[in-house]
Design a protein around this ligand. Structure first.
Ligand code: G3D
Ligand code: MG
Length: 186
């Protein structure tokens, strides 16, 4: 490693999208992850909330500025889809473990759009959210795991945005996978 690499922190800017049906917990996941230390910028014309967070990855001496695009209301999505995905390097695909239809749409809708619009190798993680509502669970963890394998997601993680369970893990997992695509040994 050249001496200057030891001193100079590398900086990355990654745009990611948080995808999934209405009310699966996309905004709640972001809010948990950023814990108030964020800047958000609502773009009414896009129907999207753009939230920024800087993440230090000490292991590879890098600073990652994450630009998270969160759909606010879904009605404009079809109109701005291409802009939504422009420059996107990764996604979290989120479903709600208490509503099977939100799971069924992952492959037919969200993955399909991601593949259509993100031409470079993009990483995506499959998220089953609301695991605190286990009494109401209708999507088994096994089903999530199988789908993740089928669609070649880089990981499958169950979360509770309400309790904060696995939330940081989910975002960091995605960031690590993207960093690997940039040649980082992490
Ligand atoms: P969205 O951004 O995908 O549309 P939101 O979803 O983050 O707005 O969440 C939709 C509703 O689900 C919210 O409830 C939110 O509090 C709830 N929710 C999100 N994540 C979880 C979770 O992990 N567990 C539980 N129990 N609820 C969750 P309200 O009542 O505010 O509409
Ligand atoms: Mg939302």
């Amino acid at each position: 490693m050249p001496a200057e690499d030891l001193l100079t922190e590398k900086e990355y800017v990654f745009k990611i999208t948080i995808l999934g049906e209405s009310a699966v917990g996309k905004t709640s996941l972001i809010n948990q992850f950023v814990e108030g230390s964020f800047q958000e910028d609502y773009k009414p014309t896009l129907g999207a909330n753009i939230v920024r967070k800087d993440v230090n990855i000490e292991k590879v001496n890098a600073k990652v500025r994450l630009i998270m695009w969160d759909l606010a209301g879904q009605e404009k999505y079809n109109v701005i889809r291409s802009m939504y995905f422009q420059g996107c390097v990764g996604s979290l695909f989120v479903y709600d473990i208490t509503r099977h239809q939100t799971f069924d749409n992952i492959e037919s809708k969200w993955l399909r759009d991601f593949k259509n619009y993100v031409k470079k190798e993009g990483e995506y993680v499959l998220i089953g959210n609301k695991i605190d509502l286990d009494d109401e669970r209708v999507v088994k963890a096994e089903e999530g795991k199988k789908l993740a394998e089928k669609i070649k997601a880089s990981a499958f993680i169950e979360t509770s945005a309400k309790l904060g369970e696995n939330v940081e893990h989910a975002f960091k997992n995605l960031v690590y996978k993207i960093l690997r695509n940039y040649g980082e040994n992490i």
